[in-house]
Design a protein around this ligand. Structure first.
Ligand code: FMN
Length: 360
């Protein structure tokens, strides 16, 4: 029989009961201050455990990695204990869950950082746009360019967070190198104007991602690590002069790690369009491991991408916000709940854990 969304699959060490992945989704519902996942978060993830795999919301790896309000973290003992309750609840329902490791780089604001420090970035370039702070919307600021000597410290934060994620019982980790955050800021030349070994050529701009990946793989094992990229996503004021060459190189270089998967956002998120044309099939062919495709997939496109061999698994974002039982709905061709974008970020259980499931 031909493969489809409901066929089991192995991504590295992680066995999935189906090929429908819940995409990483920031929902800003962790308690202020501690970043410790709470009961509400446990319920939300457990409700979605019928996905073949859950990728958690992007989760800051250190206090300096924060860029939005009400985020959970993955660097203190209390956060590990909080996440452990999430992984146990998902596992109890037969689900699998990996944590998305996040450093926002310049997409932040001093009021969200320790001692009102400036956000850090490859180069001191202020992104256009605004961020939510606890005092309301505020312009992004001009970040401080990281010294090359500081980069081992950033890598060490990824290592520490990976150890925390494993201690919390996650099945693996996903390195967030997409959507205009720190690692993506190093990759793309619109945000990286460095003149040292981490800027200029494609090889240099990819260096930090590859060093982080190596360090995370050394801790977690290659078969428990995925990487997420978004080659032509303009979100967070991002662009690159030659994304095809850059991300073909990245995909090819990542082969050396024998990763669990490569995850690609195949366009611009939040309806933002694409920053350039891009041949995802070409990049996908260069990558020898499993490929997770994302962006505006539905059941038909998902099945077609799996049947054609374009993708091994499909990540669904907004559909999983509104449909905790998305797998069952696709299996039975049931209608879908509409997502309410007003309740995407922050707030209570409304628009978070109260979307109805199909009658049993
Ligand atoms: C509310 C919301 C929060 C998101 N948070 C994250 C995130 O934390 N990490 C990430 O990599 N992408 C994030 N994304 C992007 C989604 O993972 C996904 O790429 C996007 O929704 C497109 O997939 P879809 O068309 O299936 O929704 C977010 C998207 C939405 C709508």
């Amino acid at each position: 029989m031909a493969l489809d969304l409901f066929s089991p699959v192995k991504l590295g060490a992680i066995t999935l009961k189906n090929r429908m992945v819940m995409a990483p989704l920031t929902r800003s519902r962790a308690p202020k201050g501690t970043g410790v996942p709470q009961d509400l978060n446990v319920t939300y993830y457990a409700q979605r455990a019928s996905a073949g795999l859950i990728v958690t919301e992007a989760t800051p790896i250190s206090a300096m990695a924060h860029g939005y309000i009400l985020l959970p973290g993955i660097y203190t003992d209390a956060q590990v204990a909080g996440w452990k309750r999430v992984t146990e609840a998902v596992h109890a329902k037969g689900g699998k869950i990996v944590l998305q490791l996040w450093h926002v780089g310049r997409i932040s604001h001093p009021s969200l950082l320790p001692n009102n420090e400036l956000p850090v970035a490859p180069s001191a370039i202020q992104p256009a746009g605004q961020t939510y702070t606890y005092e309301g919307l505020a312009d992004f600021v001009e970040p401080r360019a990281l010294e090359a000597a500081e980069l081992p410290g950033i890598i060490a934060e990824y290592v520490h967070a990976t150890k925390c994620a494993l201690a919390a019982g996650f099945d693996g980790v996903e390195i967030h190198a997409a959507n205009g955050y720190l690692l993506d800021q190093f990759l793309r030349d619109g945000s990286n104007k460095r003149t040292d070994n981490y800027g200029g050529s494609i090889e240099n701009r990819a260096r930090l991602l590859l060093e982080v990946t190596k360090a995370v793989v050394d801790v977690a094992g290659s078969d428990k690590v995925g990487v997420r990229i978004s080659p032509v996503n303009p979100f967070n004021d991002m662009q690159d002069s030659n994304p095809q060459a850059l991300f073909n190189y990245v995909a090819d270089q990542l082969n050396q790690f024998n990763l669990a998967y490569l995850h690609a956002v195949e366009g611009g998120i939040h309806g933002g369009g694409e920053s350039a044309s891009f041949d995802f099939e070409q990049m996908r062919k260069l990558f020898k491991g499993a490929y997770m495709a994302n962006l505006a997939y539905d059941k038909a496109r998902g099945n077609a991408a799996i049947a054609s061999g374009h993708a091994d698994v499909i990540a669904y974002g907004v559909p999983f916000i509104a449909n905790p039982d998305l797998v069952e709905r696709y299996k039975t061709d049931a209608s879908l709940n509409e997502a309410d974008s007003e309740t995407f970020y922050g707030g209570t259980e409304k628009g978070y854990t109260d979307y109805p499931t199909l009658p049993a």
